[in-house]
Design a protein around this ligand. Sequence first.
Ligand code: S3P
Length: 447
Amino acid sequence: MQADSLSAVRQAFVVHPTREVGGELRVPGDKSISHRAALLGAVAEGTSTVKGFLLGDDCLATAAAVRALGVELTVDGGDLQVQGVGLDGLQAPEGPLDLENSGTGMRLLAGLLASQPFASVLTGDESLRRRPMERVAKPLRAMGAEVVTRSGTAPIRIHGRYPLQGLDYTLPVASAQLKSALLLAGLRARGRTIVRSPGRSRDHTERLLRSMGVTVESGLGEEVSVSAPKRLDPIKTEIPGDFSSAAFFLVAGLLAASRELLIRNVGVNPTRSGLLNIVEAMGGRVETRARRIIEGEPVADILVSRSELRGIEVPPELVPLAIDEFPVLFVAAACARGTTVIRGAEELRYKESDRLGVMAEGLRRLGIGVIENTDGLVIEGGELHGGRLDAQGDHRIAMAFAIAGAAAREPIEILGTDQVSTSFPDFERIAASCGLGIETTTVGESV
Ligand code: S3P
C-alpha cells in the first residue's frame, strides 16, 4: 500500500453516469516531450523556447531538477525557456534531486548525469522509490559511470565520468525511458552508443535530438545509435496535446457519446498511438483529421463517435505503442461485447502502480469478470455497476475509472485521485466541458 493510501485526507472523485459526452476539447501538452525538452534544452547551446510545456507535477519536478543543476529555466503558463549551458556546463547540485512521481524524469536524468564529473543523488516519492532502477543503472555502469541503487531502486547515487565509453547494448524490455537514458549518455561517450530493443517504443528523444542537429542513426530492426556531437542546437518547438491524456476522452466518446467528440491538436506519433489500432479492431469509430507535422512530430485532430465495441486479442507487438493507455483500454474492454485478451504486458506491473493487479481488482469490484495472468488480463465484457474503489495513488488508474464512471449504471467513487495532477492538471475541468460528471471531494479514510 502506498503512503497516500494511508494518509488521513485524500482526494476522491465521484463520477455520475452519463450518455451525453460530445463537443470539442484540447488536452495539455505531451508529458514525454515536455521532460525531454527541459532536459535537452539544458545541455543545448543557446536559448530553447518551447510552447505547450505540460504544467503537470512530473514535468515541473524535472524542471526543478534542471534548475538545481545550475541552469536558468523559466515556465510561464505553457511557455518554457531554457538557457542551455552546453553539454559540459551542468553544475553539481547542492542536495538530492527529487523527481517526485516521475519515472521518466529519473531515468532520463540518470542518463544525462552519468557523464557529468560530479556526484548527484536522484530520489522520488514512495511510488517512484519502489520502481526498478537497476535496469538503467547497469548499462550506465558498463559505460563507465559509478551508479549505486538501493537494492535496485531509488535513491540512485551517481558519480559521472567524462568521457563515457560507447556501448552496444540490448535492452531487456522495449522501454523508451531506458533507450533515451542511454542515448543521452551516448552524447558524451567515446565511440558509438548502439541501443537495440526487443520491440518498438516511443521515439521522441530521437526526433528531438535530430531537430537539435544530432545524427541519430536507425538500423535494421529496433536499433538506434548516436555518437558525441560537438554541440546541440537549441530547441524551438510547440508541443502537441498528449495522446495519453486524449485517450481518456477518446474512450469516453466511444462508450458514452451522444454526439461527436473532437479532440484537437493531439500528438499521433505512431510509436504512441497504438490505442487507435486497438480500438479500431474492437469496432471503435475513430477518425484522425488534419494530420500535420509540427517540428518533427505528427499531430492530428481526433474525431470519436459512440460505438458498439467487441472483445479482441490485442496483438502483443502493439503493447509498447499503447503502454500508458492500458488502464483506460481495460475499461473499454469491460464494456465490449465478448472477451478481450491482453498478453505480453508484464511491464504494466512496474508503472506508478501494478496496473494489471489494481485494474483487475477495481473492475471486479464493478462487476466485471477478469482473469489476471502474469503478463496480462482476460476481460469478459459486461455491464459496469457502481461502487467504491482505490486508484492506489496512480494518476492513470484514477482517470481510467473516472471514464468507467461515465459508462456505469450507478455512480463510482474513486479514492486516491490526488496524483491526477502529475500528468493532467486540468482533468476535471476538461472532463466537465465534454459532458462528464465528475465531483471532486475529500475523504478521510482508506478502503
Ligand atoms: C515514457 C516511456 C514509458 C511510459 C512512460 C513515459 C517516456 O515508460 O510508460 O509513461 O517518456 O519515455 P517505459 O519506457 O518504462 O516503458
